[in-house]
Ligand binder design. Structure first.
Ligand SMILES: [Zn+2]
Ligand SMILES: [Zn+2]
Length: 373
């Protein structure tokens, strides 16, 4: 069937909305999903400008929310009409998926970043020419097909337009804290960067019962939002001489038990180690080409500190996303305060506003006839 999609024709080119893209046939374990909305993530921009090349032309988007239209013959858990959020694919049968860690799926790259369907066929074509996909999802489309394992059923009584970013940015930030760092009540955490990922990490710090949740950024308006969402303290690093000293001052000279770096900036990643108390752990989770200078003895060993990398918040989307929605309903995870809606046609503006930091989480409204129940 023909669909409308935002295509990036070559490295760095703008999104071009086309209505002659051909969607591939439904396979037995596929859902056909009518897209209602999609978040825009910094990883979309990274692929658009060629940092991690899948190939061009490509249809990006991996924070989609939509309604199931059709199901393949082997689909067990979904039916037409179900509301879904789309996320990454874990194969379910490799050793890491069997251990319950689908973010370490041995087939992750082949399934999510190969640009084609799992059997190697084209997900999309235009005039007979293959158009690459992202995450086997490509949510910048009016309709897509995804495997059942890419989808998470969500309740129908919540505005579906808001929910797509739960599939990547929010699950990454919150999962890093709830699944990986696992602070105990009364412990402390500092989060560098107050984008969607950083704010989700802060909200998760609050959910975990951290008594200090310190948000660090250079934009006052974002720090105000961080306070509204759960930061107990904020630091504008432009206004202080020494961020590390300031964090220690806020924690009785000890430093924090946990830190999260969502910025990917070399000096900031290094600070995220220096702010740690003895025995502390920092998680560096930004998609970044930058490196850090690490003195393993003095930075880590002497004070028994740890640095960990985390992919997609160590999440199991089918468990984590419904849990985040429950926290949202309880007023403990107000992720929607970071969102701003844009028309699908304004995708280039929305992406620019994300890049400039004007909008924390742009959400494209793909079906403007959708009304929340
Ligand atoms: Zn993403
Ligand atoms: Zn697997």
């Amino acid at each position: 069937m023909k669909i409308k999609a935002a295509v990036v024709n070559e490295k760095g080119a703008p999104f071009e909305i086309k209505d002659d893209v051909e969607l591939s046939e439904l396979q037995p374990d596929d859902l056909q999903v009518h897209m209602v909305a999609s978040g825009i993530c910094h990883s979309d921009e990274a692929l658009k400008k060629g940092d991690a090349v899948i190939g061009y032309p490509i249809i990006l988007g991996h924070e989609g929310s939509g309604i199931v239209e059709k199901v393949g013959s082997e689909v067990k858990n979904f039916k037409p009409g179900d509301h879904v959020v789309l996320s990454f694919y874990g194969c379910g049968s490799c050793v890491n998926c069997l251990k319950g860690v689908p973010t370490q799926c041995l087939n992750y790259a082949a399934n999510n970043l190969s640009g084609v369907r799992p059997d190697g066929s084209a997900h999309f074509t235009e005039n007979g020419k293959q158009v690459a996909d992202m995450f086997d999802q490509s949510s910048f489309t009016t309709t897509t097909v995804v495997r059942e394992r890419n989808a998470v059923k969500v309740p129908k009584d919540i505005d579906l337009r808001k929910l797509g970013p739960l599939g990547c940015g929010y699950v990454t930030g919150s999962g890093t804290v709830l699944n990986t760092l696992k602070p105990k009540p009364g412990q402390t955490i500092a989060v560098f960067g107050t984008g969607a990922v950083g704010l989700a990490a802060m909200m998760a710090g609050r959910i975990s019962g951290c008594t200090k949740v310190i948000g660090i950024d250079i934009v006052d308006s974002r720090l105000d939002l961080a306070k509204e969402l759960g930061a107990t303290d904020v630091i504008n690093s432009k206004n202080v001489d020494d961020v590390v000293a300031k964090v220690k001052e806020l924690t009785n000279g000890l430093g924090v038990d946990f830190a999260v770096d969502s910025t990917g900036i070399t000096s900031v990643m290094e600070d995220s180690i220096k702010v740690l108390a003895q025995g502390g752990t920092t998680a560096t989770i930004a998609v970044t080409p930058n490196h850090i200078d690490l003195d393993t003895w003095n930075d880590l060993c002497v004070d028994d500190r740890k640095i960990v990398g985390v992919n997609m918040g160590d999440s199991i989307p089918q468990i984590d996303i419904p849990r985040l929605i429950e926290f949202y309903k309880m007023g403990m995870f107000d992720f929607d305060k970071t969102e701003k809606f844009y028309k699908f046609e304004d995708i280039n503006q929305a992406n620019e506003d994300s890049k400039s930091g004007k909008t924390i989480k742009p959400v494209l409204i793909i079906d403007d006839s959708y009304q929340p129940e």
